[in-house]
Ligand binder design. Sequence first.
Ligand SMILES: [Cu+2]
Length: 186
Amino acid sequence: MHSTRSRMPGFVGGLAITVAACLGLAGCGSSDNGEGTDEATATEVTAGAEALSLNDGWAKATENDEDMTAVFGTLTNDSDKDVVVVGMSSPVAESGELHEMAGGDSLEPTMREKEGGIVVPAGGEYELEPGGDHFMLMNLKEPVLPGQDVQITVTAEDDSTVEFTVVARSFSGAQEEYEGDHEGDH
Ligand SMILES: [Cu+2]
């Protein structure tokens, strides 16, 4: 006996219609900029890194010989096109990465490299914060001290770059482990 017809097709169909209507409204937000730009065209072109500013940027000062640390702040895009951030670097670190927090069943939050970059929407902003997405400075060449200026370079997908200077400060949070790293000095 195949009784697949008892799966309430009317209910499922109603859900699908709701989702489609939502997507049609460009993320359900009201984006009335009055320019009448064809949306498909607008999202194909992105702006360079110079459209970005970093507000309230700061770096976490290192403790206990940590060899990595993170940079946070609010990325703001002043242009009318999205900016896709694909990389970052700093003189104080051998490399820089874009990180996100991995969800999952683990009690310990872990972070990992963010695939596809960070999209700062046209005229909008993107929050980098402890417990969320952040810039990661890997293999530090020296400790990052509270009050120290840390220069960072942010790269967009068209290889354009912009430099910011953030101040390091002590912060007791953001102790997330790197995915696959379980040294755990508690
Ligand atoms: Cu990280």
